[in-house]
Design a protein around this ligand. Structure first.
Ligand code: C2E
Ligand code: MG
Ligand code: MG
Length: 307
């Protein structure tokens, strides 16, 4: 609107384009009036993207590992690789905050490749130190998964780092595998052929067609933390978790409970034959050297048991 949103035709057109971009970001049809905060936000997003790009170039990312534990024996069965970012000025930034920006800017593809390469490098280092390394789970974004060269890039990283697929698991959310299920099945089948195991992450928060779930070549469901946090207090959550467990087991899938924080939650899960658990009760995500100590202790117990 002249003159509030711009003093000449050029400024008006530019601001109208900004408003239109915002309207287009809504999933449903929408209209937006220009607001000068839109420019500040766009600028901030750009600055943040710039920092992310620089972080990748300067090696400011790190991978931490959160142990997964077999509920019946409490033995370590695997770990989930989780990216960490320590910005020199802003300090540690949660992936829950920067992954969405990495996705909207497309940077997630390069970041995801970096994570996979780093995990493979770490596996090789641990093995060289003589540890028996369990399967390591890596999170995948829908943008990585849907790229035409995705399989090629996974194969290339495995080959160049000399890691075999059976050292890895990929975590994907429901929406990623349920959208265009036929194509997803093709890609997942090829990943399985490499020996990589497949898990559905945050299960229960998206939507899954049970018919499609049955046809997916997946091995594991990870029950989302939101169901676990109140499982001992809320009858609905308890019913949902029990239902997921019996459905998963009848489809021959393993189940990992995410976000286990109390002994009571673990006991509930044990009572319903949940296979594995991950959460602060057992361990927070830890740096690679601390995880190596865990592996060393496990190896020591193994040797002691064999004697
Ligand atoms: P996620 O894959 O569901 O990972 C589990 C998240 O729950 C992690 O948060 C972990 O630190 C947190 N968590 C684990 N146990 C507990 C618990 O007992 N209590 C509570 N309150 N939280 C717990 P984090 O590391 O902040 O990661 C958040 C999300 O960011 C991940 O959720 C995943 O979706 C994404 N992410 C992390 N690393 C990567 C990555 O390398 N690539 C991609 N594409 N996404 C990643
Ligand atoms: Mg995950
Ligand atoms: Mg999860």
């Amino acid at each position: 609107m002249y003159p509030g949103d711009g003093g000449d035709a050029e400024a008006l057109a530019r601001n109208a384009a900004t408003a239109m971009r915002h309207a287009k970001e809504q999933r449903t049809s929408a209209f937006r009036f220009f607001d000068d905060r839109m420019e500040t936000r766009a600028l901030e997003r750009l600055k943040f993207e710039f920092r992310l790009r620089r972080a990748l170039e300067k090696g400011e990312f790190e991978v931490h590992y959160q142990p997964q534990v077999d509920i019946a024996s409490r033995a370590l069965t695997g770990a989930e690789a989780l990216i960490r970012w320590n910005d020199p000025e802003l300090g540690p930034i949660s992936p829950a905050i920067f992954i969405p920006t990495a996705e909207s800017s497309g940077l997630i593809v390069a970041i995801g490749q970096w994570v996979l390469r780093e995990v493979c490098r770490q596996i090789v280092t641990w093995k060289a130190a003589g540890h028996a390394v369990p399967r390591i789970a890596v999170n995948l974004s829908f943008l990585q998964f849907r790229r035409p060269d995705f399989l090629e890039s996974v194969t290339a990283i495995l080959t160049e780092s000399c890691v075999s697929g059976d050292q890895l698991e990929f975590e994907l959310t429901e929406s990623v595998v349920m959208h265009d299920a036929e194509q997803a099945i093709t890609i997942l089948t090829q990943l399985r052929a490499l020996g990589i195991e497949l898990a559905i992450d945050d299960f229960g928060t998206g939507y899954s067609s049970l018919d499609r779930l049955k046809r997916m070549p997946i091995q594991t469901l990870k029950i989302d933390r939101s169901f676990i946090s109140d499982v001992t207090r809320n009858a609905d959550d308890a019913a949902i978790v029990s239902a997921i467990l019996s459905m998963a087991h009848s489809l021959n899938l393993k189940v990992v409970a995410e976000g286990v924080e109390t002994e009571a939650q673990l006991a509930f899960l044990a009572g319903r034959r949940c296979d594995a658990a991950q959460g602060y009760l057992l361990s927070r995500p830890i740096a690679a050297d601390r995880f190596a100590r865990l592996l060393r202790d496990r190896d020591a117990r193994r040797i002691a048991a064999a004697d």
